[in-house]
Design a binder for this molecule. Structure first.
Ligand SMILES: Cc1cc2nc3c(=O)[nH]c(=O)nc-3n(C[C@H](O)[C@H](O)[C@H](O)COP(=O)(O)OP(=O)(O)OC[C@H]3O[C@@H](n4cnc5c(N)ncnc54)[C@H](O)[C@@H]3O)c2cc1C
Length: 707
């Protein structure tokens, strides 16, 4: 298990991209989808780099590494139980742990009033995330910014802020010490001070003791006006880590030996969070990167019982400090230069590092199989009934869950309805996806079948295919799958009637749902002139294909948006459509929009006249739609294309055949209800339904797409 996508842990994942280890399952837990590369952050602040350029997409990195990514914050470490407690998701057990969670800004001895506009430079990701808030505070008048801390980072921040806000700032740097870094030579310090002086940046020696709404106060009692404050005053570690029983140094950082192992020999700590015994150096991204080079070897050596290698920190290293006008200051032993070529060198080094974590479409990565197991250890995995999960895992889960601990073969379903709706659906787990989220998606995907028949879910039976695994990994997948499913079942008031679980090369979830209904909706009830709506946009098939093919056209932000739509259920929407007496509701699933709409037209003896525009897409970039296709696309296309009239140059035609995972409902609404329906939908659901067309008398083709 890896906690934090810091500069060191990402190197383990990168190594896994090229060296898969049989029997190893890796989980990364990170608060954010992206890891921010510190070296390029000042360049991002002064708009030389985009956010994507300075970030590592952790979901994509995990996908390529075959690891599971969980976006969450660790809040407790229980080393006795080898367990980490998460803020939002269930706790997870580990065999081997690597912590690389960086540091937070040190606020010790500074009273920060609530109304003061105070932002923290650490963790670096929070600075990046808060930049838009800082933008809002900076107004057109001359703003006074105070940077608390007198290290190199304070100067770099000052230079980049001046450039970002077009030099419309008055910047003061306050520090107990100013530029005390041992490795900075005299000339560099002089240069740095001269550059900042020329730019109007002032330095004040003194300890800041409080930050109020409009002022900053030093221990001498001196008071300075300040509109905005940035704390760059050194590092601390988060409470969950400081409260763990790992040994710490006098400043509270986790002590690690030269192998980067803590007092608990199953836990590595690297980066800002650790102090390497006998190798104490200032905290920096450079150090974290260096430690990562050792960590990525030691983690695998530890797993294979090989000797570990030692981390030896350099005494001095190259500093490249961004200044202004695309110049940087180079410091190495007694050398000091300031110029454009130094900036070019910095950019080249930084890009070389970050580009290692960027994946390109069709990148040909060689997979070598380092097998942990000896050939004699490798089991023959049965794919029949012998591929069930171990009884212990199942019984433990059911006991903890207080359900079906007597392992009945089947359950009695009591229902007031004389008839039941029943449906079955299966989806496969996408590599790297949080299995809890996958549980949610698979429930909602199955729920659509019941909703589209006008029903509501009463009971479910679940069959889970877990990856081949044992012990804590098997338990992790089972718990996450089931708890994800249950988090949605609770909203329906549905009960889990029975279950089955087995191990497979292709993990996934099958759900059988039983539902009750008052009035069944069938596909033959569409009426001429009724309006056709989609409850949410389309595109899950080709977008997942693009993302998992490492397309540069999809960013981590795009993926997050896609996940948001996939985790959005249709239950409330179906209730609204029922209240409008909609006679047609169907869900757009694996067969795509065209196929489902064709069925309705065919069975109702009508045609549909529809218009495709960008509103129908989750992602408005049409290039992705035309470049990527999900595996189901071709079949969907060939089974529907002859029934559709569409101009060859319609740029959105591919969306008709795109298979959906937990796709939208297709709803028909009487024309006179249009305004009322749209208003009600907007007020209850929070966004607008998508009007795509109207049912018409049967024409030559079942679907006519108008331009
Ligand atoms: C303005 C500024 C400029 C800097 N420039 C440089 C530079 O040019 N060169 C340099 O060497 N250093 C620089 N530094 C220092 C550098 O930022 C840090 O030393 C470096 O980021 C530490 O790296 P790390 O790998 O320990 O952790 P980080 O890079 O901070 O990564 C920690 C990761 O852990 C995640 N995380 C944290 N807590 C949790 C939790 N509880 N649960 C789950 N995930 C969690 C975070 O989201 C983050 O992804 C700069 C610092 C500042 C403030």
């Amino acid at each position: 298990m890896l906690i934090g996508g810091g500069h060191a842990n990402v190197q383990i994942l990168k190594k896994l991209c090229m060296n898969r280890i049989k029997g190893l399952h890796t989980i990364l837990i990170s608060e954010h989808f992206e890891a921010t590369y510190s070296g390029m952050t000042p360049g991002y602040i002064h708009r030389d780099f985009s956010l994507e350029e300075i970030s590592i997409d952790l979901q994509k990195l995990c996908f390529n590494a075959g690891a599971t990514f969980i976006k969450d914050k660790v809040i407790k470490l229980e080393t006795n139980y080898k367990k980490v407690v998460l803020k939002n998701f269930p706790s997870i057990n580990y065999n081997l742990l690597s912590i690389n969670t960086g540091s937070i800004s040190n606020t010790k001895g500074i009273k920060i009033e609530k109304l003061s506009k105070c932002f923290f430079a650490k963790p670096i990701s929070s600075l990046v995330n808060n930049l838009s808030q800082i933008d809002q505070i900076i107004s057109n008048k001359k703003n006074r910014i105070s940077i608390i801390g007198g290290g190199v980072a304070s100067y770099e921040l000052a230079f980049s802020l001046l450039r970002r806000y077009k030099y419309n700032l008055e910047i003061n740097i306050f520090g107990k010490n100013i530029l005390k870094e041992k490795n900075l030579n005299h000339k560099t310090k002089k240069n740095l001070k001269k550059i900042s002086y020329d730019l109007g940046i002032k330095e004040y020696l003194g300890k800041v003791v409080s930050v109020t709404e409009n002022h900053l106060v030093l221990d001498s009692g001196e008071k300075f006006d300040s509109d905005l404050n940035l704390l760059s005053s050194g590092a601390n570690i988060e409470t969950w880590l400081s409260e763990s029983n790992l040994d710490k140094d006098k400043n509270g950082f986790i002590i690690v030996d030269n192998n980067l192992l803590t007092s608990d020999k199953n836990i590595f700590v690297t980066g800002d969070a650790c102090t390497v015994e006998d190798n104490i150096r200032p905290k920096s991204g450079v150090m974290a990167v260096r430690q990562g080079q050792i960590l990525k070897e030691n983690v695998f050596s530890k797993l294979t019982g090989m000797p570990l290698i030692k981390f030896k920190a350099q005494k001095n290293w190259l500093y490249l400090i961004g200044t202004h006008k695309n110049k940087a200051l180079l410091n190495y032993f007694f050398l000091s230069f300031h110029g454009r070529w130094c900036w070019k060198l910095k950019e080249w080094i930084d890009r070389r590092f970050i580009n290692k974590f960027k994946f390109t479409y069709n990148s040909n990565m060689s997979f070598r199989n380092f097998e942990l197991e000896k050939p004699t250890d490798i089991k023959m995995y049965c794919q029949g009934c012998g591929s069930k999960v171990s009884k212990n895992t199942l019984v433990n889960f059911l006991n903890e869950d207080n359900s079906h601990s007597d392992l009945p073969d089947s359950s009695i379903i009591n229902t007031n309805s004389s008839s039941l709706l029943q449906s079955i659906d299966h989806i496969k787990l996408f590599t790297s996806l949080n299995p809890f989220d996958f549980g949610i998606i698979s429930y909602l995907h199955s729920q659509n079948d019941i909703l589209s028949s006008g029903g509501s879910v009463k009971t479910i039976s679940v069959s889970q295919a877990l990856p081949f695994s044992e012990g804590i990994i098997e338990s992790f997948f089972m718990e996450y799958f089931m708890k994800g499913i249950k988090s949605e079942a609770i909203k329906d008031g549905s009960i889990i009637a029975s279950g089955h679980s087995y191990q497979s090369k292709e993990p996934g979830i099958t759900i059988t749902m039983n539902g009750s209904y008052e009035k069944q909706i069938t596909k033959s009830q569409a009426q001429e002139n009724e309006l056709i709506y989609l409850s949410k946009p389309l595109g899950t098939g080709y977008l997942l294909a693009a993302y998992f093919n490492n397309s540069e056209l999809l960013s981590s932000f795009d993926f997050q948006k896609l996940m948001k739509w996939m985790k959005k259920g249709n239950k409330k929407i179906s209730e609204i459509s029922k209240s409008f007496k909609s006679k047609i509701t169907t869900d757009i699933s694996g067969f795509g929009l065209a196929s489902h709409l064709l069925d309705i037209c065919k069975f109702s003896g009508l045609s549909a006249e529809i218009k495709l525009n960008e509103e129908i897409l989750i992602n408005k970039n049409i290039e992705i739609l035309n470049k990527f296709k999900s595996t189901g696309f071709e079949n969907n296309y060939s089974s529907s294309v002859n029934e559709i009239l569409i101009s060859d140059n319609n740029k959105l035609q591919n969306i008709l055949y795109d298979p959906q995972t937990n796709g939208p409902l297709l709803i028909s609404i009487e024309k006179e209800d249009q305004i009322k329906f749209e208003k009600e939908f907007q007020s209850v659901i929070g966004f607008s339904p998508i009007l795509i067309g109207q049912f018409k008398k049967f024409q030559k083709k079942l679907i006519n797409v108008i331009n």
